[in-house]
Ligand binder design. Structure first.
Ligand SMILES: [Zn+2]
Length: 301
């Protein structure tokens, strides 16, 4: 396998799980797709089975999750699946869903990585194009910011700060290598605060939310019996979300990203700026891109 070629799933794989916001039980089939197809979602429960490209231009909502949609189709909570596809080096796939959102599983990307492994990763004939940062791209809002600078690697440094005794200030530096997504990021779960739960449920959100698909905090403690998977699980999950949102560029990205206290909304604003033609190029980089996927199984640690 060579990392400069495009990749897809070897065979269709099926799974089902609850949607975090809808609370519905949803079936999902991940299917192989030809080169240059990209990632597309198909709603099999809607008349005509409409499809939508997983593309930043199609983002229609970023409150609590990333939703893509157009006039006749919408798919919500795509970010963890998008991160898993990106982290495993899948360029092309068709994702069929019989409901309005991707299943949440345990709130992390690990179940999706396992699903991709089950379908296997196969090389295609077409070369990959990379999106390379050409000049710094900066977005700010209050004390939140995202700064992208050129790099011949894909590197993310994320910093968060929550006034909670079990979170506080956390930072994490990550770089994409063969198994770094599955080893360091995939298992980190989404998190939330008990004080927000009722408010969000009244808004019709997180109907499928539970301690089995999120880390939940009360005023002082973690409510999950087994606590954290990593002491810095929250900031790792923020990196997971960022990767999932950045995957909506439709291309593997080379650049260094320094992010502070952002979320889906700022990620989305950043993408719009990044995709301005003078900020990036999608030509083949002069230096050979870093290793991107491995034929070895992705160990989840
Ligand atoms: Zn998330």
């Amino acid at each position: 396998m060579t990392h400069h070629k495009q990749h897809t799933i070897g065979q269709s794989v099926w799974c089902s799980g609850v949607g975090l916001h809808s609370g519905l039980k949803i079936s999902m089939v991940l299917k192989p797709a030809p080169a240059d197809h990209g990632i597309r979602f198909r709603r099999t429960d809607l008349t005509g089975n409409p499809t939508i490209n997983a593309h930043y231009n199609n983002v229609i909502d970023t409150f609590q999750a990333t939703t893509i949609g157009s006039s006749n189709v919408a798919v919500s909570t795509v970010e963890h699946l998008m991160a898993a596809l990106y982290g495993c080096g899948i360029d092309n796939a068709l994702v069929e869903l019989n409901g309005p959102e991707a299943p949440i599983f345990d709130g992390s990307a690990a179940p999706y990585v396992k699903l991709i492994q089950r379908g296997s990763i196969v090389e295609q004939n077409q070369a990959r194009r990379y999106l390379t940062i050409r000049e710094p791209v900066v977005v700010r809002e209050g004390d939140s910011s995202i700064i992208a600078t050129p790099s011949d690697q894909f590197q993310v440094h994320y910093e968060i700060e929550f006034p909670h005794p079990r979170v506080g200030k956390q930072e994490y530096s990550w770089e994409l290598t063969n198994s770094s997504f599955s080893m360091e990021i995939a298992k980190a779960r989404t998190f939330g605060f008990l004080k927000d739960v009722l408010r969000l449920q009244e808004m019709g959100l997180i109907r499928g939310g539970s301690l089995s698909n999120a880390v939940v905090f009360d005023d002082k403690e973690v409510l999950n019996v087994h606590g954290f998977r990593y002491s810095d699980e929250c900031v790792r999950h923020k990196i997971l979300d960022f990767i999932g949102d950045l995957a909506l560029t439709g291309l593997p990205v080379l650049g260094k990203f320094e992010i502070r206290k952002a979320g889906h909304t700022l990620h989305s604003r950043f993408l719009a700026k990044l995709m301005d033609a003078k900020c990036h190029t999608d030509q083949m980089p002069l230096t050979i891109p870093p290793p991107y996927i491995s034929s070895e199984l992705f160990a989840i640690a």
